[in-house]
Design a protein around this ligand. Structure first.
Ligand SMILES: N[C@@H](Cc1c[nH]cn1)C(=O)NCC(=O)O
Length: 467
């Protein structure tokens, strides 16, 4: 008897783009929440007595549990052991719980409790609201990174051998749109109810995102059923083993790409946090105008990333793209560092942001689809977890390094600002040179990666799409 051939769900273009739309929209909400209070620094200082140091600590708290309690490594192992559906639901719930705690920290309901009084009784320069917000944001951080690695593995599952880099590029583009949206919407939400209203909206968005993840799991279950994936069909050699972690951390391709990743992102995300003040100082404009220039950065990356992804699918050249990205990263930070303020106008600022935005498209668009070429599918989730863990170490440490470098290279400035002296500004030359230094190291690592690729035949320069 002739067997009826089953057309897999991921062979249907419509089904795989619907799957992508569901998970990407949740990432839009997740990235929105990452920066939900970023434009509200001064409001938090006035309404909640959060100093700039406290505000900076909030940014670091997102990565705290992932780095020090190894949650990102656990998340990768959970993904490989328990599968996409379980991990997506866990990630979605963790984000909602963490965000809920952060919202509660900013409400009068919390401020009036004995718990708040107790939290405020030690390390008194950090208000109780900030302490609880740190805990909430650290829990959210576990969820958002878990979601990130699971979404990457999900895209590989649906798009491998097809439009994989384009799909990853589109997912990142939607996430970048979330960063743009936050800079535009959060101030409006805060005008009508303060920072807690902005966080409440972020929480509502995350609840919608959780429902989208849940909807996706039905598609995932159907695809698994068609593929015949079950505990019975998975042979012991196909299963993830804890010893695979050793394989990941001794894989030369993985090590090279992780080093490139931490260096590159250390000159991107921490820069994003300082960029508004840096441009306001350099251009001598107010914070609102400077923030508007910075918002071109995620938008530029958003527009370019899918095109670069498409190019990688049909033409390849992933490792070379990462080298070009590192060059552009270095050039843009050198412009910020070395062009004197007298010659640095709005046009130069926007052009430099466009160059940086191009780097921010080239590297992520080629880096994330490269990982499945370097490691085996059965431990791909752990590999994404491990690379994000290494990246998170940089994201936690570099803002502290930059803050220290800024203070050390501008003696007396913070004291004058605190004393209300008008017109005093920081000079960002040293921090920008540090960012440029990361770019130079990333450039060197790009060549190491190319060499390792040639030696081990990963195929990083080959197109993703099978002809
Ligand atoms: N670590 C993730 C998610 C993230 C974004 N901001 C802070 N954490 C990541 O880097 N994803 C890849 C990307 O290019 O956004």
């Amino acid at each position: 008897m002739k067997e009826k051939a089953v057309t897999l769900l991921n062979e249907s273009k419509t089904a795989r783009w619907i799957a992508l739309a569901l998970i990407s929209t949740t990432m839009f909400f997740a990235y929105f929440f990452v920066d939900v209070v970023a434009p509200l620094q001064s409001m938090l200082e006035t309404d909640y007595k959060w100093t700039p140091e406290v505000f900076g600590m909030l940014g670091g708290s997102e990565f705290f549990l992932n780095v020090f309690a190894f949650f990102l490594i656990f998340s990768g192992v959970i993904l490989d052991k328990m599968g996409i559906r379980f991990t997506l639901i866990t990630a979605g719930l963790t984000m909602v719980i963490g965000a809920g705690l952060k919202f509660y920290a900013l409400t009068p309901g919390f401020a009036d409790t004995g718990f708040a009084a107790w939290l405020g009784s030690f390390i008194t320069w950090v208000p109780a609201s900030a302490k609880l917000a740190f805990v909430g944001f650290a829990i959210f951080g576990i969820g958002v990174e878990m979601a990130g690695i699971t979404v990457s593995k999900t895209i590989v599952k649906w798009f491998k051998g097809k439009e994989m880099a384009l799909a990853m590029g589109l997912e990142m583009a939607v996430a970048r749109l979330g960063v743009f949206a936050v800079f535009r919407l959060t101030p409006i939400f805060a005008e009508n109810g303060g920072p807690s209203n902005s966080v409440l909206w972020g929480l509502v968005f995350l609840c919608i995102g959780f429902l989208l993840f849940l909807t996706y799991t039905f598609m995932d279950a159907k695809l698994d059923k068609q593929m015949g994936v079950s505990k019975l069909t998975t042979s012991p050699e196909d299963e993830f083993k804890l010893s695979d972690l050793k394989k990941i951390f001794t894989n030369p391709g993985f090590l090279a790409i992780s080093a490139l990743c931490v260096l590159f992102y250390s000159a991107i995300f921490p820069f994003q946090k300082f960029a508004t003040d840096m441009l306001a100082s350099k251009l001598n404009v107010d914070i609102k105008s400077a923030a508007a220039y910075v918002s071109f950065f995620p938008i530029g990356a958003m527009i370019l990333t899918p095109f670069i992804g498409y190019f990688l699918d049909v033409r390849g050249k992933g490792a070379t793209m990462m080298i070009y990205g590192a060059v552009l990263l270095t050039v843009s930070h050198l412009i910020f560092a070395l062009v004197p303020a007298e010659s640095f106008g709005v046009v130069t600022a926007i052009l430099t942001i466009v160059i940086l935005g191009t780097a921010f498209s080239l590297v992520p668009a080629s880096m994330w689809p490269s990982l499945p070429k370097i490691v085996e599918d059965r431990y791909l989730g752990s590999a994404y977890g491990a690379i994000f863990w290494i990246q998170n170490i940089g994201l936690l440490a570099v803002p502290i390094l930059i803050g220290w470098a800024l203070t050390a290279s501008n003696p007396g400035v913070s004291e004058q600002i605190a004393a209300g002296v008008e017109g005093v500004k920081y000079n960002y030359t040293v921090p920008e040179l540090i960012f440029a230094g990361f770019g130079v190291l990333a450039f060197i690592l790009g060549f190491v990666l190319k060499f390792v690729d040639k030696k081990n035949g990963y195929g990083l320069e080959l197109p993703n799409k099978k002809k």
